[in-house]
Design a protein around this ligand. Structure first.
Ligand SMILES: Cc1cc2nc3c(=O)[nH]c(=O)nc-3n(C[C@H](O)[C@H](O)[C@H](O)COP(=O)(O)OP(=O)(O)OC[C@H]3O[C@@H](n4cnc5c(N)ncnc54)[C@H](O)[C@@H]3O)c2cc1C
Length: 500
């Protein structure tokens, strides 16, 4: 037998057991690990992460200018103060997460380069068995766990979403997806077209525009942006007064959340007024002669898609300075020299950047079975966007679209820890969300109402997502302001939970 074969056989026999396995070491998984150590001391757990380090989104995305589009007072954890400007760079966020790991001794719980490929639930053993491939050794390793905490995010990290356009292969320049940014990409003096109009395009363009010959943002339809200073005067003032950072963090979080709640409510109750304000912010940078109606006035009402914050209007300033421009049109085909548009216009390009989004990946591309039967996720009904009918001992973190993701990651973590402690007290080894008799006739709807929120990656992946009901228990509301009170009040002995 070869050495490799012996190693494969040996590792196949070794199965490590943990009370909890956390999938992913992004902001949700690292937060989950922290909460588990604080709220469920004595619980054995491991964080399994496919990549070589922590960070998730912030490790994967390396395009120039990668930064948050919401503030770090609320994107940061509630337990670790954020002490800098609200919009943060990738490096700042990674440093912050690194501090959380180091300060709380979480390193020893994380196994990097462990990509989970399958998860099998056995009701006989009341255990999950996970199979992983180690990227460093190629070995297959197995773990068993009582509880699976899915913190795998919402998109495939190994590739971005690029639509197929006619003639792509004819293009003589380079086509780059921002999620796979090549380190050697030399854009100095080049003519660049960025396809897309979301937060990625708006952060990438100001970061490269000054070095490029010109950057054109090519969009099919416009997006809303918010502009403002990358500063929170109240935070700066409190700092000058020598107030403790833990206080500043809490006060500024409350201020931001209060303002966001008003803004969200207004975008439903007076969408036209909100739209006017957002467009006025854009006009302030682009001047009265710019065609804001064509390039910056979306067809949807504010908040039906995420609104990116543009600090100091830098993206708009690049346009005002003539280093960048916007074209609103559709792609007919790629050509050897660039892109032919529906209008007949041609955009020349040395480099085309496809800022066209993500491939939704709901369960980390893990092959799930329950007692030997494949788990068809879209046949399940979501319990408050955290658990799923018929899926035992599993919780899932999916954050907010309209507020910072981490606000929900913290709330879900509190719920999971409370549930684990409750199971311990009850002596239960298994908890499965189950529709109650009163839910029998409940209409089952798509996971999210497209009238409420409809970004492309969610619409493309809706058929993969669980169903929702018409009662609060069976919905993922996307509303921090109600969930912050409802989650801590969830009755764990409600009939929606079946314990064994
Ligand atoms: C450029 C960019 C900027 C953003 N800015 C903001 C913002 O400002 N505010 C905001 O609220 N949201 C923002 N988002 C959304 C952002 O993705 C989330 O807020 C958040 O980072 C998600 O964290 P997560 O830990 O849940 O998932 P991720 O960051 O996606 O991390 C998941 C981790 O799980 C690992 N994993 C997945 N599958 C497996 C598997 N099978 N086995 C092992 N490991 C696996 C992945 O490798 C990854 O490391 C942004 C997204 C992008 C792309």
């Amino acid at each position: 037998m070869t050495k490799t074969a012996i190693r494969a056989q040996t590792s196949a026999r070794q199965i490590e057991h943990f009370d909890v396995v956390i999938v992913g070491a992004g902001i949700s998984g690292v937060g989950g690990a922290y909460h588990l150590t604080k709220q469920c001391p004595g619980t054995s757990f491991v964080v399994l992460e496919a990549q070589a380090s922590f960070g998730g989104t912030w490790l994967t995305h390396r395009y120039p200018g990668t930064r948050s589009d919401s503030d770090l007072y609320t994107f940061g954890y509630r337990f670790k103060p954020w002490t800098s400007a609200p919009i943060a760079t990738r490096a700042e966020i990674l440093d912050y997460m690194g501090e959380v790991i180091a300060e709380n001794g979480l390193d020893r719980h994380i196994r990097y380069r462990h990509a989970i490929s399958s998860a099998r639930w056995s009701s006989g053993d009341q255990l999950w068995t996970l199979e992983c491939t180690r990227a460093d050794t190629g070995e297959t390793v197995r773990f068993t766990a009582n509880f699976l905490w899915m913190c795998q995010g919402y998109y495939r990290h190994s590739e971005g979403y690029t639509p197929e356009w006619p003639g792509m292969r004819d293009f003589k320049g380079r086509i780059v997806h921002p999620q796979m940014w090549p380190e050697d990409l030399d854009y100095a003096g080049k003519t660049v077209v960025v396809i897309g109009s979301g937060a990625t395009a708006a952060t990438l363009i100001p970061a490269i525009a000054s070095e490029c010959s010109h950057v054109t943002m090519l969009q099919r339809s416009p997006t809303f942006f918010r502009t403002g200073r990358n500063a929170i005067p109240l935070a700066d003032e409190l700092r000058q007064l020598g107030i403790a950072e833990t206080w500043i963090h809490e006060i500024v979080r409350r201020k931001i959340l209060h303002e966001q709640s008003i803004f969200t409510r207004r975008s439903f109750s007076e969408p036209e007024a909100v739209k006017k304000e957002l467009l006025a912010g854009v006009r302030a940078h682009l001047g009265p002669d710019y065609d804001v109606a064509t390039h910056f006035t979306p067809r949807y009402r504010p908040w039906r898609q995420r609104i990116a914050f543009v600090p100091d209007g830098d993206f708009l300033e690049a346009i005002a300075a003539g280093k960048a421009s916007v074209v609103t049109d559709e792609i007919e085909s790629f050509t050897a020299a660039g892109i032919l548009l529906r209008s007949g216009r041609v955009l020349d390009a040395d480099i085309i950047i496809t800022a066209t989004g993500f491939n939704l990946n709901v369960l980390g591309d893990i092959d799930f079975t329950i007692d030997g039967k494949p788990l068809i996720f879209s046949d399940t009904v979501t319990y408050r966007g955290m658990m799923f009918t018929g899926v035992p001992n599993m919780a899932w973190v999916f954050g907010y679209f309209r507020a910072s993701w981490t606000l929900r990651a913290d709330l879900v973590a509190d719920f999971v820890c409370r549930l684990l402690n409750h199971m311990k007290e009850k002596g239960a080894r298994q908890v499965t969300p189950t529709l109650r008799p009163e839910d029998a006739d409940m209409p089952l709807l798509p996971w999210i109402d497209p009238e409420n929120f409809n970004p492309g990656y969610v619409m493309r992946g809706m058929h993969l997502l669980p169903k929702r009901g018409d009662k609060p228990e069976w919905q993922h509301t996307q509303d921090y302001w109600s969930e912050k009170d409802e989650f801590p009040a969830i009755d764990l002995d409600d009939g929606a939970f079946t314990y064994e």
